[in-house]
Design a binder for this molecule. Structure first.
Ligand SMILES: NC(=O)c1ccc[n+]([C@@H]2O[C@H](COP(=O)([O-])OP(=O)(O)OC[C@H]3O[C@@H](n4cnc5c(N)ncnc54)[C@H](O)[C@@H]3O)[C@@H](O)[C@H]2O)c1
Length: 335
């Protein structure tokens, strides 16, 4: 069983949950991110909004500082920054989650994605190869499937028609990992996450943005008349699956891809109803046309993941949203 782990993107939503769980299970864990644990910013000129800076700072405190996880503050886009961390820590497994995320952000600022998602990914891949790291797991995304109506989305389906630049970077990552397998025999596993939500969630994602506005009696902007359907996946399910894969190194061979979603898409309107019920407030909805980078539907085939792990935990949306709302109300009380 692999024991020494390095996780990238640990000031982020999924990474912070993952390192907390891995260290609770007795793994020897280090994490890296560009975020300064003292203030949640990525450098003196970072213009991150105060709420997000606080979220990152407190995520790091809860999952890294208070758990004794070793932290490296680096920018994976800088040549050799990641390699020097790997050389120091010598992990047997790297879980690479650091990236610029966000489909809609990639419409406004596609160049923000180039360094972290393309150069950064290449730096991680190459360091793992050169320093002989036996296992690399990395975050891909359901967005690689593009616009399609045939369900469920299977890992071997066509993925060469991305709707957003973000999706293109994730697809590029999968191809880069495949090339390192072809050239060097390097093993890797790309995990296509499907709309992850839960406590400590991202401020730019619908669950967080909707909940904040509903709580304050402000309107929420809903694209595509709320008819878009998403395979919402609770963060603990994702963490349990990653931990399961980390604990079964024999499963990681070749350049593999696996979906992490539940084959249970929910219409955004239904999602808002449920969220508003937990918040005990009426939502004020402003409908807007569907955005260019959006896809109408996501729906994961879970067969491959279940085949690998034998079991894929599913937290019902009702329960997941209840946990999320309780966390949000405690973390950001409205006085
Ligand atoms: N949350 C989801 O629904 C979802 C869905 C599909 C894919 N993903 C992917 O999963 C991964 C984790 O997502 P998340 O939701 O936790 O995102 P997040 O934004 O909360 O976390 C990403 C972390 O990466 C760090 N990072 C970005 N650029 C960096 C750089 N150059 N150097 C070092 N660190 C850097 C950020 O500071 C952040 O802490 C990402 O790769 C994302 O694209 C997430």
């Amino acid at each position: 069983m692999s024991k020494k782990i390095l996780v990238t993107g640990v000031a982020g939503f999924i990474g912070s949950h993952l390192v907390k769980q891995l260290s609770a299970m007795g793994y020897v864990v280090a994490g890296c991110d560009k975020v300064d644990p003292a203030n949640g910013l990525a450098g003196a000129f970072d213009t991150t909004e105060p709420l997000l800076a606080r979220l990152r700072k407190e995520r790091l405190a809860a999952s890294v500082t208070q758990t004794g996880v070793k932290y490296f503050q680096i920018d994976i886009g800088q040549t050799d920054a990641f390699a020097s961390v790997v050389a120091q820590w010598q992990p047997d497994t790297v879980v690479h989650l650091a990236a610029q995320a966000g489909v809609r952000h990639s419409m406004q600022a596609p160049m923000d994605f180039v360094t972290p998602n393309l150069v950064g990914f290449a730096n991680v891949l190459d360091a793992c190869h050169r320093l002989h790291i036996p296992r690399l797991l990395y975050a891909s995304s359901s967005s690689v499937y593009g616009m399609r109506s045939q369900v469920p989305f299977m890992e071997d389906d066509r993925t060469d028609q991305p709707q957003s630049f973000y999706a293109a970077t994730k697809m590029a990552n999968e191809l880069m990992a495949y090339a390192y397998h072809s050239q060097y025999g390097m093993a890797s596993l790309g995990m296509r996450f499907f709309t992850v939500y839960g406590p400590w969630g991202r401020t730019d994602m619908a669950p967080f943005m909707f909940a904040q506005n509903i709580r304050r009696g402000l309107p929420i902007k809903v694209f595509g008349e709320g008819k878009l359907r998403r395979d919402f996946t609770y963060v603990d399910d994702i963490v349990e699956a990653i931990v399961g894969l980390v604990g079964r190194p024999e499963l990681l061979q070749g350049a593999q891809i696996v979906n992490m979603g539940h084959q249970r898409p929910v219409e955004v309107n239904a999602f808002i109803d449920l969220l508003a019920r937990h918040l005990k407030r009426q939502p004020l909805i402003e409908y807007a046309p569907m955005q260019v980078a959006d896809v109408a539907l996501t729906c994961a085939s879970e067969d491959r993941l279940v085949g690998m792990l034998g079991h894929w935990r599913e937290t019902p949306l009702e329960a997941g949203l209840e946990h999320f709302v309780k966390w949000l109300q405690a973390w950001d009380p409205i006085v």
